[in-house]
Ligand binder design. Structure first.
Ligand code: SUO
Ligand code: CP
Length: 315
């Protein structure tokens, strides 16, 4: 594997899930694999899970991880080719990424969307600049359009909790939020769930259609109640409008998932990537109940990252 940026193929996903579960049983079984290797974790946006789990994953492989919170402690990066840099930006991505490429064996990057420039965001412009100029393998720590390490952890978590021999009904439901939120987690979850062969239903209010390239193969409905019937896994997530790019069309609190929403889904496990706005997206009663597997997802972020780094190291 060169870069890790998106779902490639079910066979690759299956191998990564299997390797992650091996590491979960014996986290340090490959402790010598990454000795002498370094991963640079570049954050252009905040993080709790991705930041810590990627460092732990690297340490479990004997790698050194260096984290740079570029949004707070780095030079302001210029992304536009040919820019006359006489304003706020200090260093061009061409120069910065090339330097990072000489310091590290693997580069891991978080670069959220602007939610104002649809063209640049959908092309994953900023993230692609790192791939273009670093010259080493690049891992996505959430880009403008995808969050593949989250989705891999989600697929591992579903595999661990599904009933053997029963094809689970997986539902991705939109939830309210107070802010305009990226599409990356929802896009990626759809891409991986469909790619891994799960039966996926996506429920959202009118106006919240996701980019079709991620949702082909899913059943899409504005009827949350119907979607939730007999669900086995319910992934709760807010996203802003995609067509009317980055806008908030609804804050309808009836979409917040509560126990009452799940009366026809007695076995449903509830998922969220975290951080979650309690009692806005999801109720306390669900998050604090046996239904919630959000902590399992967060734990699996370590082994997802470890499987990906191990695969990139090769051997
Ligand atoms: N990395 C996981 C989620 C990141 C981002 N959440 C946020 O921006 C939450 C911000 C807030 O709640 O204020 C998202 O949903 O795409
Ligand atoms: N789920 C997730 O990516 O969390 P962080 O934003 O805290 O890294």
């Amino acid at each position: 594997m060169k870069h890790f940026t998106q779902f490639e193929h079910k066979s690759v996903a299956d191998k990564l899930i299997e390797l992650a579960l091996t590491y979960k049983k014996s986290p340090r079984v490959d402790l010598s694999k990454g000795l002498g290797k370094r991963v640079g974790c570049i954050f252009l946006n905040p993080s709790l899970r991705t930041r810590a789990s990627t460092q732990i994953a690297a340490m479990n492989l004997g790698m050194e991880a260096i984290v740079m919170n570029m949004d707070k402690e780095g030079w302001a990066l210029e992304m536009q080719n040919g820019a006359v840099m006489n304003k706020g930006t200090v260093e061009h991505i061409k120069d910065a990424a090339a330097v990072l490429g000489t310091y590290f064996d693997v580069l891991a990057v978080r670069a959220f969307p602007s939610l104002t420039n649809k063209k640049e965001d959908t092309e994953d412009f900023i993230f692609s600049q790192f791939i273009k100029y670093a010259g080493i393998p690049v891992v996505s720590l959430e880009s403008a359009i995808r969050h593949p390490l989250q989705s891999l952890a989600d697929m591992i978590t579903i595999q661990e909790h599904m009933i053997a021999g029963k094809k689970p009904k997986v539902v991705l439901t939109w939830a309210p939020h107070i802010k305009a939120i990226p599409h990356a987690v929802a896009n990626s979850f759809a891409e991986w769930a469909i790619g891994c062969g799960h039966e996926l239903t996506i429920a959202h209010p009118e106006g919240y259609e996701l980019d079709k390239k991620f949702t082909e193969g899913a059943t899409i409905t504005p009827n949350q109640k119907e979607a939730l019937e007999n669900a086995d896994f319910v992934y709760v997530k807010n996203w802003s409008a995609f067509d009317d790019y980055g806008k908030i069309h609804s804050t309808d609190s009836s979409w917040m998932l509560t126990e009452a929403h799940l009366k026809n889904a007695p076995n449903a496990k509830v998922m969220h990537c975290l951080p979650v706005r309690r009692n806005v997206e999801l109720s306390d009663e669900i998050l604090d109940s046996e239904r919630s597997i959000v902590q399992k997802q967060a734990e699996n972020r370590i082994y997802a990252a470890q499987a990906v780094l191990s695969n990139i190291l090769g051997g």
